[in-house]
Design a protein around this ligand. Structure first.
Ligand SMILES: C[S@@+](CC[C@H](N)C(=O)[O-])C[C@H]1O[C@@H](n2cnc3c(N)ncnc32)[C@H](O)[C@@H]1O
Length: 214
């Protein structure tokens, strides 16, 4: 499940135990309560939601990949997981916490991201957590850091480019999120990704997280 969502990156460094520790630290930081319902934008196979599902939270999510949705429904049969695009999911049902982990980097533009955030605000009762965002301030060193870690793992730079050629992640400034927080009257908390063992290919050093509270 973790692998299907692209979080081992083939390095073997990031174990399931690390993933559990990592997810729990985000849940704590967000302040998820036992009775909270959770909705994820871009849930994939459900790796970020699974522990919450096991703890009996009401879980829902959308993703535009039919293959990953199929997996998510297999792992979390009681969750409400639908195939949909981040910009067009239904806003009828409200959830306490709306999350999106490791997804905003795939969006086509900042305008698109802005529209998704508007929809997240409309759908959430208490919190919105946008996690694992590519930091614009670190854009220059993005490939440099990732290649260095890749080589440390015994691969070559050629192999890196073969795997990641055309990789076109969207980078965000922290001000982008602060401004939107102000616009929507939200309390904004931003913290850098510096979680132990989440250092695969340097990603942790290059990303940050945003928590909005209503
Ligand atoms: C790296 S995976 C993260 C999956 C999950 N959030 C997790 O942390 O376990 C990124 C996911 O975002 C989904 N995705 C990317 N852009 C999307 C969009 N515009 N609408 C819906 N899903 C999207 C992909 O299909 C993929 O499942």
């Amino acid at each position: 499940m973790v692998k299907a969502n692209g979080f081992d990156a083939g390095s073997g460094k990031f174990s399931v135990h690390d993933w559990i520790t990592y997810c729990k630290s985000h849940y704590k930081k967000i302040g998820i309560r036992t009775s909270d319902s959770i909705f994820e934008i871009g849930c994939g196979s459900g790796a970020f939601l699974f522990l919450l599902y096991k703890k009996q939270h009401v879980i829902a999510g959308i993703d535009y990949s039919p293959e990953l949705i199929k997996l998510a429904n297999k792992f979390m049969p009681k969750a409400n997981i639908k195939e949909n695009d981040a910009i067009s999911f239904s806003q009828d049902q409200k959830y306490d916490v709306i999350v999106s982990h490791g997804v905003f980097l795939y969006f086509e533009s900042l305008q698109y991201a802005e529209e998704v955030i508007k929809r997240m605000v409309n759908t959430s009762v208490k919190k919105i957590a946008i996690l694992d965002i590519c930091d614009f301030d670190k854009k220059e060193i993005y490939h440099e850091v990732r290649i260095r870690d890749f080589i440390e793992d015994g691969y070559t730079e050629d192999e890196y480019w073969k795997r990641y050629e055309g990789l076109d992640h969207l980078f965000y400034t922290k001000d982008f999120f602060r401004n939107l927080g102000n616009q929507h009257n939200l309390n904004t908390e931003i913290y850098d990704q510096n979680i132990e063992n989440y250092e695969y290919y340097g990603n942790s050093k290059l990303r940050f997280n945003v928590i909005y509270t209503k």
